[in-house]
Design a protein around this ligand. Structure first.
Ligand SMILES: CC(C)(COP(=O)(O)OP(=O)(O)OC[C@H]1O[C@@H](n2cnc3c(N)ncnc32)[C@H](O)[C@@H]1OP(=O)(O)O)[C@@H](O)C(=O)NCCC(=O)NCCS
Length: 333
């Protein structure tokens, strides 16, 4: 299986459905569907097998190893069978936004478009807003299939723009409808390299160090090394909690033996006692369960004086046991 260097998680599942980095073996089906549905695509003439092979080898293959690919394409599967494809295209890393595209197998369009598009857009929410931390998604659709708008809008997109007579292909003009979607804030997203300094500031704060097990001062080079290891570690789910304007805290699960997650979390000390710790902790559990369903237990250790932390775990139904001079808190799913 091809893997995208930029993604922490490659396969996304929802019951029988999944997306995987676009498979070479699906290229002929995709070519056929594109040719059959050319009327609503940015494509001027039918593709040939040779053109499709070239596209996969020259344009798609390099995306897997790029740090900032312009697009991330996925095969949409039911079991192992490809039912469509799509992904994030025209990714603008500076503006933190991307277009979502989805093409369903032509013979499924009539009966399954609504169901499959909704599932696929759900996957794109996770890829865009959690994995990549993007701030905006949009769709760009030629105004030739009005039945897709209610589906897009039911997925949380809002109609933003009508662009009359855009050049579609060659001399053909078509009106375009643009829909947009933003994440629901506050949100959790994966920590990335841009969080290095904020996380250092938090970790260095005396109010955070007070309840850490390592009470020594951390140097910036130590933090840099530790942080880069953590964000690249596939056995670590490291989330930043943020609103539109600032990062509020972080929650991290170090996954041990594949099914057990050790929790560490903190809130920006200037924002204590506003309810963020409790909210983030609950959202963190739900996100971990969604992203890593193989994890069956989460646990952590808490100093007896850390009343806020004890209140939070108690609220979420953790079992609490005194072990030596610390509380071990555990929750099993
Ligand atoms: C633990 C921590 C994340 C809590 O974050 P927070 O945003 O301040 O917590 P909240 O505002 O959501 O409050 C959670 C609960 O603790 C209570 N609480 C918060 N601060 C408190 C304090 N200093 N003393 C007593 N209770 C406190 C709140 O009233 C709330 O209880 P309630 O739900 O019964 O009303 C935060 O204190 C922190 O980052 N501490 C340093 C790092 C740390 O200890 N991490 C946890 C290691 S296990």
């Amino acid at each position: 299986m091809n893997t995208y260097k930029i993604l922490h998680k490659q396969i996304y599942r929802n019951d029988a459905y999944s997306i995987v980095p676009i498979r070479m073996e699906d290229r002929d089906d995709i070519m056929r569907w594109r040719n059959e549905q050319i009327y609503h695509l940015r494509q001027s003439k039918p593709l040939t097998e040779e053109e499709q092979d070239n596209y996969f080898n020259k344009i798609i293959q390099p995306l897997f190893t790029q740090d900032k690919p312009e697009q991330l394409l996925f095969s949409f599967l039911k079991g192992e069978e490809c039912m469509g494809y799509g992904g994030l295209v025209h990714i603008d890393w500076e503006k933190q936004k991307a277009e979502v595209s989805f093409l369903i197998a032509s013979h499924l369009e009539k009966d399954f478009l609504q169901e499959y598009m909704t599932i696929f857009f759900g996957f794109m929410d996770e890829v865009a807003f959690v994995e990549l931390g993007l701030n905006k998604l949009f769709t760009y659709a030629y105004d030739v299939r009005p039945h897709i708008y209610p589906i897009i809008e039911a997925c949380g997109f809002i109609r933003k723009e009508f662009l009359p007579k855009q050049i579609k292909s060659g001399e053909v003009y078509a009106d375009v409808i643009i829909h947009e979607k933003e994440p629901v804030y506050p949100r959790l997203r994966l920590a990335n390299i841009s969080d290095m300094e904020t996380t250092f500031k938090w970790a260095s704060d005396p109010l955070v160090r007070k309840f850490s097990f390592n009470k020594n001062r951390i140097t910036y080079p130590e933090h840099q090394q530790w942080f880069v290891n953590k964000i690249n570690d596939k056995n670590c789910e490291y989330y930043i909690f943020q609103n539109q304007h600032q990062c509020l805290g972080s929650i991290r699960y170090d996954i041990e033996n594949g099914d057990s997650g050790r929790i560490s979390y903190l809130v920006d000390p200037s924002l204590f006692q506003k309810g963020y710790g409790k909210m983030m902790f609950g959202m963190g559990i739900e996100l971990l369960k969604k992203r890593r369903p193989e994890v069956k237990q989460i646990y952590g250790f808490i100093e007896p004086e850390n009343i806020a932390c004890l209140k939070v775990v108690e609220f979420y139904g953790f079992s609490i046991m005194l072990e030596a001079d610390l509380y071990k808190v555990t929750k099993t799913f």
